[in-house]
Ligand binder design. Sequence first.
Ligand SMILES: *[C@@H]1O[C@H](CO)[C@@H](O)[C@H](O)[C@H]1NC(C)=O
Ligand SMILES: *[C@@H]1O[C@H](CO)[C@@H](O)[C@H](O)[C@H]1NC(C)=O
Ligand SMILES: *[C@@H]1O[C@H](CO)[C@@H](O)[C@H](O)[C@H]1NC(C)=O
Ligand SMILES: [Zn+2]
Length: 306
Amino acid sequence: MGDSVGLMRLSVWMHICAFGIILIGAPGVHAWSKEGHVMTCQIAQSLLEDDAAEAVRSLLPDYVNGDLSALCTWPDQIRHWYKYRWTSSLHFIDTPDKACTFDYSRDCHDPHGTEDMCVAGAIQNFTSQLMHYKQGSSDRRYNMTEALLFLSHFMGDIHQPLHVGFTSDEGGNTIQLRWYKHKSNLHHVWDREIILTAAKELYDRDVELFQEDIAKNVTDGIWSDMSSWGECDDLFSCPKKYAAESISLACKWGYKGVTPGETLAEKYFNSRLPIVTKRIAQGGVRLSMILNSVFGNHNQELSAPT
Ligand SMILES: *[C@@H]1O[C@H](CO)[C@@H](O)[C@H](O)[C@H]1NC(C)=O
Ligand SMILES: *[C@@H]1O[C@H](CO)[C@@H](O)[C@H](O)[C@H]1NC(C)=O
Ligand SMILES: *[C@@H]1O[C@H](CO)[C@@H](O)[C@H](O)[C@H]1NC(C)=O
Ligand SMILES: [Zn+2]
């Protein structure tokens, strides 16, 4: 890492207005452990411009029929394999307890202190790798398919507020509590419980309907600050901004008022659901923005690192 990268001017809003949302006919959600990632990736893929859409299709293995979301949880499946053990710290960031801030040089490292080995560093890393795609197959240093899947997955993770959480409770993983009637923990509430409860209560158990509702709201631009979602100066500052947003939300909405052992239910669900849906939308919109930028033909200002 440490490559210098030119300005990446990102105008999400323009892309959305110009291209609209074309919902990819998703062939069903395969497993019930990956809803957030699937939604983020489906929203992102629906916002791709032609060049990026084609690049993504060509990088995906044939068996997914061009559906990026089908492989967006691949990095979770392989993180414990020996060959991929180096990726296990790339899914999250541990920040100092109660600090509620993200500082890249302080916080972005693995447990051994190796720099850049966190979700923000990983997004920079795999975005940089994908910038070589247009140079053709002569560059075999990187596996572009893996880079695409890692980037797509980590853009989901960095937007989940509790993936940027306190060190001592492992991002809420050790905060045991009940979600309605069953045992859970605070991290899992944000990974999955809120999404599943929303699907169950509001969308007749159909996660796809939930995702379509978020996608529609992206098209309709219901979030008043949406025009600023794409604002960040360059490849290296964007993930820092996303991580800072997450820890701030984790403090304000995740940890706040939660006592270990208690039962969280309607009140917590109703107040936190809008945060979860917005983060899924932001992750999807910003992933499309990065892919359009990296694979687009018009983007001269994006200079490839060496
Ligand atoms: C970047 O990716 C390469 C593999 O392509 C890996 O060896 C390296 O550890 C990664 N670094 C980060 C910060 O993700
Ligand atoms: C790239 O990675 C994918 C997924 O691990 C693998 O199936 C594929 O064979 C790799 N491609 C090359 C050229 O190594
Ligand atoms: C979509 O927007 C409508 C209108 O603001 C809102 O009632 C609904 O909860 C939103 N749904 C999602 C999933 O964001
Ligand atoms: Zn992950």
